[in-house]
Ligand binder design. Sequence first.
Ligand code: UDP
Length: 313
Amino acid sequence: MRVLITGGAGFLGSHLTDRFLADGHEVVGLDNFITGHPDNIAHLASNQKYEFVQHNISTYTYVKGKLDGVLHFASPASPIDYLELPIPTLKVGALGTHNALGLAKEKGARFFLASTSEVYGDPLVHPQPETYWGNVNPVGPRGVYDEAKRFAEALTMAYHRFHGLDTRIVRIFNTYGPRMKLNDGRVVPAFLDQALRGEPMTVFGTGSQTRSFCYVSDLVDGLYRLMLSEERYPVNLGNPREMTILEFAEHIRRMTGTKSEIVFRDLPEDDPKQRQPDITKARALLGWEPRVPLDEGLRETVAYFRGIAASVA
Ligand code: UDP
């Protein structure tokens, strides 16, 4: 296969690229580096099966040659990033998805949308199955991401139903691992950075809100399986091991042996109170199950962040 991956220099896009290349496929990576980074694809510079195009998918996009797949992963994805970039976030979910779908249609390629657990908003059903329609505030600060992704899902289904496009939709739950940005504000890099520096660890609210963290290699394995499956409707991918954010902070304190104290800060507006994927569908359909234990994934992530700190020093 020859596939295009938008957001190809991002955290997930770059790992997914590595997976396609490892399986012998050709990859065209596309990124405007708004939140992605050249370091994430530097190791591919001399790879004959890899091409990179610096471009904003929210503007008209054409890629030469055949494409068998278009995987749309471009978007700011951390709450801090999409609060700083509200309009680019809306545009890439709407216009970017439209351009990526149009390209897939033109090439007769399979289209794969990276959607998110954020479509469930602050969920009233727990854990969240794909059949739950969600509880999203369209005019709150997170609405720019949540509604863009909901629109992207609707547009993808419209291209499937109206144009007969071959489409896939994944709803990705909290994922962590190497190549996350240390300063992107998400809880895993934030806590690890604070713990490694011995600075206070900032728990938002009382820390009673829950999340479930999936290691990136597990997630990428699920993405790849979904791409090769025949399922047109959304599929959740994430790790069902749920914990409160306070438990998570304490876990990282123990694991890193840091002397950092835990401090409490205001809870961001519309911060979901609970989140846990129901992965019954992914298990049955893809034979997929997350395998990497939290401590193992965190150790790999710490090693990556220590490596970055050492190369900057
Ligand atoms: N959080 C926190 N301290 C931080 C960063 C995040 O307590 O320094 C909390 C945040 O309020 C949320 C959870 O951790 O409840 C996960 O936040 P993240 O930004 O990683 O992603 P989200 O799941 O909210 O999209």
